[in-house]
Every structure is written in C-alpha cells, then in structure tokens.
Design a protein around this ligand. Structure first.
Ligand code: BDP
Length: 688
C-alpha cells in the first residue's frame, strides 16, 4: 500500500459483503451504444468487482438476474421507465429494480460519460458499504466545468507543487504515453472532474507552439474517453513572442487575426479543446493594460478567437496593482465595473478570498456583485499556505465554508458558482492541483482527500465536508464505521488547527518570504509594501489587525449592505474574521471573556493542542490501517506537531514584542527568543 491506488483501491471485501456484492454484480449488460467511454465504464466495473468480490464478471447481452445494466434512453431495455430528463447530459441514476422479471441494478444516463460517472458512483456505493439491494440514487452536476488547474511548467517543475515533478512528460510526449495518464483520468472521472488546464498560469508562450500542441493533443486523446477536456494557460504576449508582431494590443486587427489563426490551429489538432486560462496584468504577467486596454478587451479578443469552436476563456481576477492602500480591495475595484462587458464565452475566475489562498479568508466580494458575468470559483488544492504536503489539513471545510457563505446579494456563493443566482449558463469551479509524480500523487496520503473533496464539491457544491470525508476515508483507508469515523473526526478539525497555529482571528499572510513555509510575521523589507507580513497584521503597541472598516480602508463596503453592516462593527464580526476587518487594542474584550491578547495566545495554544490530539487519534488507529501508510502519516504528523509549536512560539514571541504584555497566567513561554526564530532560514523549500 503506497497510496498509488487513491480511492479506487477495490480491496477484497469481507466474506459476507463479498457474497452480497456477487449477487448484485453477476454480469454487465450493455444497453447503450458502444464507445470508448462505455469501454472505460465496463473496464472499471470489472476491475472493481474483481478486486472487491474476487471474481471476474462477464459482459452479457442477455438480461440475467443480478446484472448491472448500463442503459441510455435510446437503447434502454423494454420496461425501463426513468426520469431521463432530470439527469441532464452528465448525470446518472443507480437503481435496484425488477426488469422483465429479473432483479437487476440499472446504471442509467443520457450519455456514455454519464454511464462512466454512474459506474464510478456504483463502485463508490459498494466501497462505502451502501445497501446494494435497495440502491436508489441519482445525481447530476450543478456546475458545468469542473477543472483542475495545473501550475506545471514545461520543464516539469510544478509551481507550488509539493508532490514531485509534473505528471506531463513533455519531452517524451507525444510518442510515449505514460500509463499513469490513464490512472489520472480515471481518478478525475471518478469525481466528475471534466477538464484539466495543463500548464501554469504563469505561462510560457511555447505551450502554444506546434510541438507542444501535438503533445497536448496526445494527452487529450488519453483523457477523452474519461470526459476530460484539455485547456491551456495562454500567455497574453504570445503574438509578440511567437508571431513576431510588434504589439499584443487586443484591439489591433493583426493581433486578433493572430489569435484566430492560433485557435484554428489548436482545434485542428484538438477538436474538443476546452479553451484558455489567462493570468494577465498580475504579478508581472503581460496583459491588455500594457496597451491601455482593460481586462474585458483582452478576454473578449480571445473569446472571439475560440468562440466559433465552442471554446471558453477563463480570465482570472487575481490582480493587485502597485497601489498598496488595501490589496484586498483591488480585484473588486478592477473587475466589478466591467460587469456585463464580457463576451458570453468568458468566465471570470475568482479566488475564494480577496487576498490569496490563506488558511482563512472571507469570501471574495466579487461573488454576487457581478450579476451579468459568469464567475468561476478558484480554490487552491495544493496547500501553499497551509503547510505544503507535510501538514495534514483537510480542505473540505475550507471549500464548503466559501461555498456556503451568504453573499448578501440574494444567495450564497454556491448559487453564484452554479449559476442559479443570476441565471448564468456558463458555470465553473477550478482547483489548483496538488498532483505530481510522487507514488501517492499528492505528496501525502491525506492530501489526496483534498483532490477528492474538490472534485466532489465541484460536482455538488452543497455536499457536506464531513460526508465527503466519510466517503473518502471509506474508499481509501477503511469502511469499518468506528475507524472510518475516527479518521473523519481527525480530518474535520485539521484545517481549523492550521488556522489556529498559523493565522488565528482573521490574521493573514504571516508566512515566510517566497516559499510561504513557516512563520515570518516580522518581515517588513520586501520590495512591495503588500508583500510584507507587517502590512497585513499591522501590530504595534496600540493593537493589531487590518482596519477595513469604514474608518479604515473601507474594504468592507465591497460586500452587500447586509454583510458590510455586520462586518463593519467588531462586535458583530465573527471572531474568525476579526483582525481581517478591524485593528483593535490588545485589551479589546473578546466574547470569550479574554482580552484580545489573551485570545490570540489561546488560539495559538489550541492549534498546537489539536495537532497533538490528531497524533494521538492517529496512533490509536494503528490496528486499523496498513503498516506502510500508517507509518507515513504518523511521520508527517510528528513534523506537523513540531512545526505547529514553531509557528506558535515564533508568532507569540513576535506579537509579544509588539504588545509589550506579559503572557497570560499559566501560558508556556516560547522555547527560544525572537531573534532565534528570525534567524531560521529555508533556502531550499520546494515549489517556488
Ligand atoms: C500565489 C502564488 C503564485 C501564483 C499566484 C497566482 O504564490 O505562485 O502564481 O498565487 O495565483 O498565491 O497567480
């Protein structure tokens, strides 16, 4: 067990469950047109049943009792009456029923890809111990485009990647197709992920050259049966860099013609190419503002090129200009006025929060504030700011927190993302992938759960994070209820623990320069003001926190009035976001009865204590988990416990130097003095 199999392990069930499974899966019956996706579905069912029931099952044309019947409406067996219309193009239905006098399990969908999704759903039902004899489930995705964004460079280095090198072996492509590409596609399809942006948003123009397009086309060929489309990050200045033009001005006819020709060239080799993802005028990337144009001008030019082929432009809203008055305000300031100005095949891709993938942020104020523009939610699966793949932090609660946040504009973020709030048909959710060449794919066993949770929540943003964790734990570690639930409990507290020992009470961006690993709240010497931790926490003798209230930057005014009203006043701001919106004196009275200073210290201590508790819980699970994976997780948790302490000690030492206050009674002082924490260096942290 090295984690390679992810949640598709299909290990033998115990005797009674095996017998039950066998009774429900005697053969696969095809009542759908042949296709590569259907072949993939059948192969997966056979693989799963062989693994779990220990028997090979045949593909039959006769409706035998105990069959798994894969059906589409066109070829459905006589007597099968189903709510086909409710399933949409990709949805599925699983139902145990009697058909022509035989008890069978129907896996039904309107398309072959729906059947593949349904097959994975049935296998999940088996793996999680569902009652197969009474199965009756159906599901259709609420979000249209469910995409992984790979920040993979063409030299196979993964920006912010903590799981080895890029899976894409560009050098050997298109001739050599690593079998791992198929396993990648299976894993994604099992969750419903239907697109992959192959290259980094900090893009090289080379990815758009003919040799690289041939390589991308080879990957697209592997992924196609699994319903996964290939997308590319496009560098805005490519017409200059590749085309020899003098400008990349989006209103220049020659530039527009260049992109049109490029789109035609791409679709000639990848007929179902998904489209472009663009990071423009952000962190040094070129963009339309270099020519005095705005984001809509840039996006619409690309949309015009892709539109005739059915492609989309995912234009990122992650921008912050040199004006450093309040970085959190800048995405909204630049994009909100462009509402309604984008072409219909443009979707503006917005990070979950207004800064940058912090352990906790309020939801981004653009959600709900651009009713005439499709908005995609971008989350980061790779844990750049939550301890890389060495710290255990299950991100389901983070994703669910933003999706369930009430925008105050008539619905929660999930309703913006699924398009229902403002009647958008183009909908998307993107996750920055945490996948690489490590045998376990994600750098650690538990980081697989974040890939999994992203996929499940992109399909259905209303799923509960604990329910998703329960499925994952059952599929990945054990379906035995007590052990499974112990794993879920450990996972569910893990993200809050990271918030507590890194950035409690709404603090943000306290991490080390560049690599973003480890505490560095003291850093104040970076080129741009808004790259410095001191810019974000603003601690001094008078107090701590970034004042975004009306008396400060008034960033809070970017939210709907009902939300802004609550968050303008520290007394009605949730403690979790307090120092995001307010600068408060150290003796400010918290709802807990502690002073702000006391509360800050208590949260740091709580974070450390939770990690210690996670270790104990994991140790107790030893008899339930295979030795190799148990030991690997235990080793990581030991690192995390040590580093949680480091974070806590370094931050308390630093903030105490600001507050000048004694530690509350009974609190253990930091192990070292502040200078020692400041001196600690990480020259070789991965992922930059
Ligand atoms: C930041 C990362 C940087 C990315 C950037 C982005 O540190 O590597 O390029 O986000 O999303 O968090 O573009």
């Amino acid at each position: 067990e090295d984690g390679y199999d992810l949640w598709l392990r299909y290990r033998p069930l115990d005797g009674a469950a095996q017998a039950r499974l066998h009774a429900q899966a005697r053969a696969v019956v095809l009542a759908a047109p042949a296709s590569p996706s259907l072949d993939a579905a059948v192969a997966e069912l056979r693989r799963g049943v062989a693994g779990m029931a220990g028997r090979e099952i045949a593909v039959s044309t006769r409706l035998v009792p105990g069959a798994l019947v894969l059906a589409t409406p066109g070829q459905a067996p006589a007597g099968l009456v189903l709510p086909w219309a409710d399933l949409g193009r990709e949805g599925w239905l699983l139902r145990r029923q009697t058909l022509q006098g035989r008890d069978v399990t129907v896996i039904a969908a309107n398309s072959d890809i729906g059947l593949l999704y349904g097959s994975f759903a049935w296998l999940r039902a088996v793996q999680t111990g569902a009652d197969l004899a009474r199965l009756d489930q159906r599901s259709a995705p609420k979000v249209g485009l469910r995409l992984l964004n790979h920040w993979d460079n063409l030299d196979r280095h993964v920006e912010r990647g903590y799981a080895g090198a890029s899976l894409w072996d560009w050098w050997k492509l298109p001739d050599l197709l690593d079998p791992r590409y198929v396993d990648y596609a299976r894993a994604n399809a099992s969750l419903g992920i239907n697109g992959a942006v192959l290259n980094n948003v900090n893009a090289k123009a080379d990815s758009l050259t003919a040799p690289f397009l041939a390589k991308a086309a080879a990957l697209a060929g592997v992924f196609r049966p699994y319903g996964i489309k290939v997308y590319l990050s496009a560098r805005f200045s490519a017409p200059v860099e590749l085309g020899g033009l003098k400008t990349a001005d989006p209103l220049d006819p020659a530039v527009r013609a260049w992109w049109k020709a490029k789109a035609d060239e791409i679709y000639a080799v990848i007929p179902d190419f998904g489209g472009f993802l663009v990071k423009a005028n952000s962190e040094g990337q070129p963009g339309p503002q270099d020519y005095g144009r705005n984001h809509a001008d840039g996006a619409n030019m690309l949309a015009e090129a892709l539109g005739p082929h059915g492609g989309v432009v995912m234009w990122r809203a992650f921008v912050y200009a040199a004006d450093a008055s309040d970085r959190a305000k800048q995405g909204y300031v630049e994009f909100q006025p462009l509402d309604g100005k984008f072409a219909p095949n443009v979707i503006v891709q917005v990070k979950n929060g207004p800064i940058d993938f912090q352990p906790r942020e309020p939801f981004h104020p653009l959600f709900g504030a651009m009713p005439h523009t499709p908005l995609a939610l971008e989350v980061q699966i790779t844990k750049e700011y939550l301890g890389f793949s060495t710290h255990l932090a299950y991100l389901g609660p983070l994703f669910a927190e933003v999706l369930q946040a009430d925008t105050g504009h008539g619905g929660k973020v999930a309703r913006v993302v699924d398009g229902s709030l403002h009647g958008q048909r183009l909908t998307a959710m993107a996750g920055v992938a945490n996948i690489g060449t490590d045998r376990n794919w994600s750098g650690s066993q538990f980081d697989q759960a974040n890939w999994y949770a992203f996929g499940r929540l992109a399909w259905d943003p209303d799923l509960g994070a604990a329910d998703v964790a329960r499925d994952w734990a059952a599929q990945t570690f054990t379906a035995r209820p007590a052990a499974r639930d112990a794993i879920v409990a450990l996972m569910m507290g893990s993200r809050e623990a990271v918030v507590d020992y890194m950035t409690p009470l709404g603090l943000h961006h306290l991490m080390g320069t560049g690599h973003h690993y480890g505490p560095a709240p003291w850093v104040d010497n970076l080129e741009r003001a808004d790259w410095n931790p001191v810019y974000f926490h603003r601690a001094g003798r008078d107090g701590i926190g970034f004042d975004r209230s009306p008396a400060g930057s008034n960033g809070v005014a970017q939210y709907a009035p009902s939300v802004a009203r609550l968050w303008s006043d520290p007394r009605t701001t949730p403690p979790e976001l307090l120092l995001w919106f307010h600068h408060l004196p150290w003796d400010y009275a918290m709802p807990s009865g502690r002073s702000l200073w006391g509360e800050l210290v208590a949260r740091y201590d709580r974070g450390v204590a939770t990690v210690d508790d996670m270790r104990r819980r994991w140790d107790a699970l030893k008899p339930e988990i295979d030795a190799a994976r148990h030991a690997e997780v235990a080793a990581y948790l030991a690192v995390q416990a040590h580093e949680a302490q480091w974070w806590r000690d370094a931050c308390i030492a630093y903030f105490q130097s600001m507050s000048g206050l004694p530690l509350p009674a009974g609190v253990r002082p930091p192990a070292l003095d502040l200078a020692a924490y400041k001196a600690r260096q990480f020259a070789f942290a991965p992922g930059r």
